[in-house]
Design a protein around this ligand. Structure first.
Ligand SMILES: NC(=O)c1ccc[n+]([C@@H]2O[C@H](COP(=O)([O-])OP(=O)(O)OC[C@H]3O[C@@H](n4cnc5c(N)ncnc54)[C@H](OP(=O)(O)O)[C@@H]3O)[C@@H](O)[C@H]2O)c1
Length: 341
């Protein structure tokens, strides 16, 4: 079979350019079209010299492709995806525009009325470890947010098996690339370096997505989730520390780890590890590392996860979803080991 033609909408953001880097080495596809707004007309290598190998010009509009990745900001993403969806072109959307099933949540969390509530029902939430068989049949996949990917993977085994109370705390820390390439005061070097700060204390946009998917995992629970993100002075990486009270506070650590290992058996990108993972252990890879343990003094589960927000949290997971949609080996193009140091 000839190579599948792929395109990236908005290659000039961090998620878009990471897609280009990963897709270039993908054995089953050919990157034939990349779009950008202010950089339209320039060679990709002029804007991103580290991609000098990729001989392609940034255009304002997408060429004819078999599958498109949208790395647009929210709201703008839905606008470009709707005509593609109408023409039956497969799409993986890295923005939040098709992640929430309930259209009324968009004005509340994203400040816009969703333009295609019907399509929200057809879109599949693209966390392969939760929805692999639906992704395989989907035309439109909503790639999960970076924070929700880490939190959901850390909590899933305990929530699915009903080990914990549904009152959960997710304390997460992200590197600065999670805020995107557009300049802002909070991501300015002198503001971010040597500094860690909490933000969105009264509700981050990723919260409804986390709750939606926890409820899908265990519909018998009514979840109360405190999700608190922090900005840390690294370029990539998310570390999520998740806490929930256990029904059996004396549960042995070995038992919890065994349960987690069993739950993720055969998953190519989730690793249950024997010591608390560190963000750098995932840099540049599609891995999510998880360490569950029990705080026997308080009877709480502590589940720590880490991932690279631009790979398993964005571009890598989007390619994993494409691999499933096209029945390619799930790890195709994603075999790279993490970068160290
Ligand atoms: N960064 C992450 O870790 C991450 C993780 C998961 C998901 N996402 C999602 O991925 C999408 C892209 O995020 P990002 O972090 O890659 O963004 P980004 O780096 O902030 O990208 C911003 C780029 O978008 C362009 N842009 C802004 N508004 C536009 C519009 N209305 N139409 C066309 N182009 C526009 C800008 O290009 P110009 O130069 O033309 O202005 C700029 O190059 C977002 O929906 C984000 O939520 C990001």
């Amino acid at each position: 079979m000839s190579q599948v033609r792929v395109g990236i909408i908005n290659v000039t953001g961090y998620a878009g350019v990471e897609l280009a880097r990963l897709l270039y080495r993908h054995p089953e596809v050919k990157l034939i079209s990349v779009t950008g707004r202010s950089a339209a007309g320039q060679r990709l290598a002029e804007v991103f010299p580290h991609l000098a190998e990729i001989d392609i010009t940034i255009t304002p509009e997408l060429d004819e492709v078999d599958v498109a990745f949208s790395a647009m900001p929210h709201k703008a993403s839905a606008e470009v995806i709707l005509p593609l969806a109408e023409r039956g072109i497969k799409v993986v959307d890295i923005s939040a525009d098709f992640r929430l099933k309930d259209a009324s949540k968009y004005p509340e969390w994203y400040d816009f009325a969703h333009p295609a509530p019907d399509l929200l029902q057809k879109a599949v939430y693209g966390l392969p470890e939760f929805h692999r068989s639906e992704i395989a049949k989907a035309s439109l996949v909503a790639n999960p947010g970076c924070y929700p990917t880490g939190a959901l993977l850390a909590l899933a085994p305990a929530v699915k098996k009903g080990l914990v109370h549904p009152d959960i705390i997710v304390d997460a820390k992200s590197g600065v690339s999670g805020a995107g390439r557009t300049l802002s005061l909070s991501t300015h070097y002198t503001e971010a370096v040597d500094n860690v700060r909490a933000y969105s204390l009264h509700g981050h946009r990723h919260l409804p997505e986390i709750i939606q998917e926890l409820e899908t995992l265990n519909p018998s629970f009514s979840f109360s989730v405190t999700f608190l993100p922090h900005l840390m002075p690294t370029s990539r990486g998310i570390l999520s520390s998740c806490y929930a009270r256990l029904n059996d506070g004396k549960l042995a650590n070995e038992k919890v780890r065994e349960l987690y290992r069993d739950y993720y058996k055969g998953e190519p990108f989730v690793r249950v590890v024997d010591s608390p993972p560190e963000t750098k252990q995932t840099w540049g890879s599609n891995l999510c590392l998880i360490y569950p343990t029990v705080d026997h003094r308080t009877g709480r589960l502590i589940a720590i996860s880490c991932l690279d927000n631009l790979v398993k949290g964005a571009a890598g997971q989007a390619i994993q979803n494409m691999n499933i949609m096209f029945s390619f080996p799930e790890t195709a193009g994603l075999e790279a080991l993490p970068i160290y140091p």
